[in-house]
Design a protein around this ligand. Structure first.
Ligand SMILES: NC(=O)c1ccc[n+]([C@@H]2O[C@H](COP(=O)([O-])OP(=O)(O)OC[C@H]3O[C@@H](n4cnc5c(N)ncnc54)[C@H](O)[C@@H]3O)[C@@H](O)[C@H]2O)c1
Length: 255
């Protein structure tokens, strides 16, 4: 089993969903946590919950599309804890679902800004610290929409393909300096992001059934199931895995 005792783990978009669950599970394994989100209330709530559980937490408001925010968060983490062992670049959005020709340009721009520029900026400021200290592990959160098409989600799919591209390229560029870079590609997971999709469907249960029928397991993932892959990706014992996209999709892409 993984063990993150005294390792410093940074997580973006930790105010809810997968990011908050990742913070809990890395914390349970002994990690010191540097967490951020764009949403102050959600960040404060997650931070308070983690501290109640006795975890060592550094939190800072950070919009991943703002270079100054990202630099201040990453540098702040290293100033506070003295190092950065692992980073989960998780913050992301899924805009309203539309056919490509009906997708507003604003949705394209906002999605690419948060999902792609955000991951790029995070790695840009994380990698030099990891290189300086002799290594580290990065896990970017992509999606199954990053390895195949996703009907009604063209810009989301484009953004997640870009995350896979950034991951693979960075893994090669910094392998010699012992920085491993992987990504996790989840299928539908029960978080606020998916609840937003369900909110516009006429029948919630029917929608879940229909949307997950392509997966062998015939159900969406729970956040804790996806976090297992993040723990695996960043585990120091998992030292030969880099440049990989870990697909966690209930068997959806097996067929
Ligand atoms: N839930 C799914 O079905 C699913 C499937 C595949 C991939 N993913 C990916 O997993 C990641 C986490 O998604 P989730 O389901 O937990 O979503 P979520 O909406 O529940 O949580 C995302 C968090 O990111 C934060 N955020 C949004 N914009 C931000 C910004 N500019 N800067 C910093 N923080 C920002 C939000 O405030 C929120 O707390 C995303 O990258 C998403 O694309 C989710």
């Amino acid at each position: 089993m993984s063990n993150y005792q005294n390792q410093v783990v940074l997580i973006t978009g930790a105010g809810g969903g997968l990011g908050a669950e990742a913070a809990r599970q890395f914390g349970e394994q002994g990690a010191k946590l540097a967490i951020s989100d764009i949403n102050e209330d959600k960040l404060e709530q997650t931070s308070a919950e983690l501290k109640t559980q006795g975890f060592n937490v550094f939190s800072r408001l950070c919009d991943v599309t703002h270079e100054d925010d990202v630099k201040a968060f990453v540098d702040g983490c290293v100033e506070h804890f003295g190092r950065l062992d692992a980073a989960i670049n998780n913050a992301g959005i899924d805009p309203a679902h539309n056919l490509l020709a009906d997708t507003p340009l604003d949705d394209y721009q906002r999605t690419m800004d948060i999902n792609v520029k955000g991951v790029f900026l995070c790695m840009k400021y994380q990698i030099p610290h990891m290189v300086k200290q002799g290594g580290g592990a990065i896990c970017n959160i992509a999606s199954v929409a990053g390895i195949g098409g996703a009907p009604f989600m063209s810009v989301y799919a484009a953004s997640k393909h870009a995350v896979v591209g950034l991951t693979k390229t960075a893994s090669y560029e910094y392998g010699r300096q012992r920085v491993r870079v992987n990504c996790v590609c989840p299928f539908i997971t029960m978080t606020d992001m998916f609840e937003q999709t369900l909110a516009v469907m006429p029948d919630r249960d029917e929608a879940i059934k229909k949307l997950t029928q392509g997966a062998g397991l015939k159900r969406p993932a729970q956040p804790e199931e996806i976090v297992q892959a993040m723990l695996f990706a960043c585990d120091q014992k998992n030292s030969y895995m880099t440049g990989h996209e870990l697909v966690v999709d209930g068997g959806m892409s097996a067929i």
